[in-house]
Design a protein. Structure first.
Length: 112
């Protein structure tokens, strides 16, 4: 386990390696499937660098004594008993489907 100072050094090193320049913006846009105008690239580069700087500040915090949370409210989700059902009845499941093929729902293609 890294000491806090070592962790801070590693974090800063990683963030420096993750420099956001104008060449990185088109790659991020392509991965996010966004269309970004050329005149917006330099502004976005500065904004993303600012966000990474803020994350670096958060990484400097000592969270060793903080327990992980699934919910900030502390409430648990109610559990239900498992009940055996008729299930496995594709005709009943697909009875209201607008389109079906071989016991499967037919949906529009969403990935290019």
């Amino acid at each position: 386990m890294l000491l806090p100072l070592q962790q801070l050094f590693v974090t800063r090193l990683v963030i420096r390696l993750m420099t956001i320049d104008k060449n990185t913006i088109p790659r991020i846009a392509r991965l996010a499937r966004l269309e970004i105008a050329l005149e917006r690239e330099s502004a976005l580069s500065e904004e993303l660098a600012s966000i990474l700087s803020w994350v670096e500040q958060l990484n400097a915090l000592d969270t060793a004594e903080v327990e992980p949370l699934a919910s900030v409210t502390g409430h648990d989700l109610p559990l239900r008993e498992d009940k055996v059902t008729t299930g496995n009845d594709p005709d009943a499941v697909l009875s209201n489907a607008p389109e079906k093929t071989s016991n499967f729902f037919v949906v529009p293609k969403v990935v290019e």
